[in-house]
Design a protein around this ligand. Structure first.
Ligand code: SF4
Length: 437
């Protein structure tokens, strides 16, 4: 009797925003499956009676995308195509009171820390014994590993602490157990994520334990690549570089969002670091791990940003030559420190400044890529299309960085395998090559 009812309650989980949200949706999926409730992630089929939208509430564009997605499903509900619509995640955590009256079709709204309540609504019990087990929605050979929640930094423009709370490290035993389970299920690459991965352990022992954690994860036999995202520049734990240098499993890759470099902006953004300290840090990183690929994110258009600040940032980007760089434009977010400032730069001007930086980066990426022609690189293949097998080098994280394309014709490989690729051609961002032994 029960099995029949559950089938009709099939659930589709829709995830918006960052990789941390993806992990939350994967945990929800695992809990539902453990309760014998049929659920899928990001299904494009229209036969699901229950929809859970896991939202993002970070900046204006992300909030709009979340609201549009909720409205899409609330229209499906109005037309009787779906029965229940639930919303969770950051946008709900931040604005549920306002949104409740605006979108009455939503059956219930849940915050970022209300998984048990959401499960109850879906007819499931929260299973503690599942901690450390997770069904992944990424290709089976790589997985995000969330090592902490929340953030203690006071960055002026950022609403994340409002939605994710204070920094809380996940106990190291749970992380190792989760990583071992993922490895047992075929994961070869772990991508470490948090709001600030380099702060790991501070709330537990008062000292930064990210290096110890990396070393412990590297002991897991099946894991071949461990990638560090979201490191924070101020008080950066330099011992991470020793671990990276001395352990082949730790990718020579570091994602370190800097947001800006002019002292005027670093002060206004409350980043807790100076231009000089940033330059010294990057010099140290490149000295210790010369082959490292640095990814960073910049934020332009913050209140008070001058032409001179942008020129300083452009010169810095030209000088450092980041392997990978993303640019956001400032979004005036309520209840953040910067909200008390005047949002004095027009969106058009913000977009122009972002484009100015990305043009510089495009040329840097092109030059860096040309240097790889003729080289043989270790590549992990994620997917294929009709023409190419598509993979990534150690210098590339999924979805945000560059790709290596190998023609399907004349090459044979399995998705999820590592292969050596001789680079034959390079464009602004992607590389092309052929499999070599
Ligand atoms: S480090 Fe700053 S930008 Fe990043 S989540 Fe924390 S407050 Fe936001």
């Amino acid at each position: 009797m029960k099995t029949k009812t559950l089938k009709s309650n099939n659930i589709n989980i829709v995830t918006l925003g960052c990789s941390k949200n993806v992990v939350d949706s994967e945990v929800l999926l695992s809990q539902l499956k453990a309760n014998d409730i049929y659920a899928v992630h990001e299904s494009s089929k229209n036969n699901h009676k229950i929809i859970v939208v896991n939202t993002c509430g970070f900046i204006e564009s992300a909030k709009q995308e979340s609201i549009d997605t909720i409205l899409h499903y609330s229209n499906l509900k109005k037309s009787g195509k779906i029965e229940k619509l639930y919303v969770t995640g950051c946008l709900s955590q931040r604005y549920r009171d306002e949104l409740k009256s605006e979108i009455p079709e939503v059956d219930s709204w849940f915050g970022t820390f209300e998984l048990p309540a959401l499960l109850k609504k879906l007819g499931a019990d929260y299973k503690h014994e599942l901690i450390g087990e997770r069904l992944i929605s990424t290709p089976s050979h790589y997985a995000y590993l969330k090592i902490a929640e929340g953030c203690n930094h006071p960055c002026s423009f950022c609403a994340i602490p409002l939605m994710r709370g204070k920094f809380k490290s996940k106990p190291v035993e749970l992380i190792i157990e989760e990583a071992k389970n993922l490895a047992k299920n075929g994961v070869k690459e772990l991508i470490l994520i948090a709001q600030d991965t380099t702060y790991y352990g501070m709330d537990i022992s008062g000292k930064k334990q990210i290096s110890e954690l990396l070393q412990k994860l590297a002991e897991i036999e099946q894991i071949e690549w461990i990638r560090l995202h979201y490191s924070y520049p101020s008080h950066f734990p330099l011992d991470v570089l020793d671990v990276m240098k001395n352990n082949n499993k730790i990718c020579k890759y570091l994602d370190i969002p800097l947001q800006h470099v002019s002292d005027n902006m670093l002060k206004a953004m409350r980043r807790g670091i100076s231009k000089r300290a940033i330059i010294e840090l990057i010099d140290k990183i490149k000295q210790k791990v010369p082959e490292i690929s640095l990814r960073t994110t910049m934020l332009v258009g913050h209140p008070g940003e001058t032409e001179q600040d942008i020129e300083e940032l452009k010169e810095f980007v030209e000088r450092i030559k980041f392997s990978r760089l993303g640019v956001f434009t400032y979004s005036h977010e309520e209840n953040t420190h910067a909200y008390s400032l005047v949002d004095d730069i027009l969106q058009e001007e913000k977009d122009k400044r972002a484009e100015y930086l990305m043009n510089v980066q495009q040329n840097i990426s092109y030059e860096e890529n040309q240097k790889k022609i003729g080289k043989t690189l270790k590549v992990l293949f994620d997917k294929s299309d009709r023409e190419f097998f598509i993979g990534r080098t150690e210098a590339d994280s999924p979805d945000v960085d560059n790709e290596v394309l190998v023609p399907i014709k004349d090459n044979y490989l399995r998705i999820g395998d590592f292969s050596n690729v001789k680079i034959t051609k390079a464009d602004f961002f992607d590389l092309y090559g052929k499999i070599v032994k």
